[in-house]
Design a protein around this ligand. Structure first.
Ligand code: EPU
Length: 341
């Protein structure tokens, strides 16, 4: 366990914001995390668990302790040749895309469409990450956690995680009560590609046959082409969720805007594209100082260098207001704000 005081958060958040935390504790394995929550370690309250900071917007210094789990290890837990599947577990601190690359290299299917999503394994069930027609909940078997009150272990089976669109029990009512230490995924030994997204299928076919490797490469190509690399321009992927509205709201908008993208959702509901709505309000490529709207994808807010968290938040509020005025739709943040709002 490493304990650091007065730490710059600049390299711990993908917006590249230079705030500070009073204290940061790196937890290298589950045992260290248990000791921490057992009460043997002195720390400043409150605490915040940070993965790779790829879905977070700090708006001030963090007066408390940041927990940084570095729990590693990928393990094949079970192989069932009859069912054609393996169960693989991964430590919460593993870089997500390294894990996806490992699954693809081993010929295990299910996660390839989620290639290149920034973040760590431990955040994937919290956020129920998704892209190109796949959500990680489709592959998760269970999530091993520690109860932060006393350091005891609790395993959540998939159906206890209350997964929803970019949502789970860990984000909702149980927020802050559990620390994810390890995630178990069910993967296919003879995988079928999921290419229901036309743009993905086209890109795969451009590369070659419909294999795991080619699907992963196609996702990487599409993402690299559209989404800014946080190493170069600070950002946290989609800033807002895509709004889900009832059919009548979607129907009347579609009458007014025939090219409005609409995606079927649960019975009676339609998912809209925030990126399209924001784009239609004229925001793509706009800047307010160093806070800006990405020029290729209006759903991504960027830090050109010296923006503060507050400036990015203010820009996002301005965007929200104009989408509300023009379309009557309230956007909800996907990115989590830590600090004053
Ligand atoms: N669009 C525009 N202008 C824009 C951006 C998008 O007109 O500036 C239109 C597109 O042409 C398309 C529609 O909006 O018709 C949807 O855009 P896109 O396919 O790029 O996907 P998205 O809905 O913006 C979602 C996820 C992404 C994920 C992609 C691919 C959310 C909030 N975002 O984006 O996830 O990679 O689909 O599946 O659900 C993330 O969560 O951080 C993220 C990047």
């Amino acid at each position: 366990m490493m304990i650091y005081k007065n730490v710059s958060l600049k390299k711990y958040n993908t917006f590249g914001l230079d705030y500070k935390a009073d204290c940061m504790i790196h937890l290298e394995n589950e045992q260290e995390a248990i000791e921490f929550f057992n009460g043997n370690v002195v720390w400043n309250k409150p605490f915040l668990v940070l993965g790779s900071g790829s879905n977070i917007l700090f708006t001030s210094n963090f007066k408390g302790t940041i927990l940084y789990p570095e729990i590693s290890g990928i393990k094949i837990e079970d192989k069932d040749l009859n069912k054609g599947e393996v169960i693989v577990s991964a430590g919460a601190g593993i870089n997500w895309d390294d894990f996806v690359a490992w699954t693809v290299d081993n010929g295990f299917g299910g996660l390839e469409n989620l290639s290149l999503i920034p973040g760590k394994v431990g955040a994937t069930p919290v956020q129920n990450i998704g892209a190109y027609g796949v959500e990680v909940k489709d592959q998760i078997v269970s999530v091993r956690t520690l109860i932060v009150n006393d350091g005891s272990i609790r395993v959540f089976e998939n159906n206890e995680c209350e997964f929803g669109y970019r949502n789970s029990i860990f984000k909702r009512r149980e927020k802050g009560r559990y620390l994810v230490t390890r995630v178990y995924y069910r993967l296919a030994i003879n995988p079928q590609m999921n290419l229901i997204y036309d743009s993905l299928k086209e890109e795969v076919n451009k590369i070659g046959t419909e294999t795991l490797q080619n699907t992963r490469q196609a996702v990487i190509n599409i993402r690299r082409n559209k989404l800014p690399d946080p190493e170069i321009i600070g950002n946290a992927g989609s800033f807002f969720k895509n709004p889900v509205v009832n059919k009548s709201v979607a129907g009347s908008l579609k009458n007014r805007y025939p090219d409005l993208p609409v995606y079927p959702d649960q019975e009676g509901y339609i998912k809209l594209a925030s990126g399209w709505l924001i784009d239609r309000c004229g925001w793509k490529g706009k800047r307010r100082g160093d806070a800006g709207v990405h020029e290729k994808q209006a759903l991504v807010l960027v830090n050109y260098g010296k923006a503060t968290g507050k400036e990015i938040l203010d820009l996002s509020e301005e965007i929200k207001e104009s989408v509300r005025d023009k379309f009557g739709i309230d956007l909800e943040r996907e990115v989590e704000v830590v600090g004053a709002i």
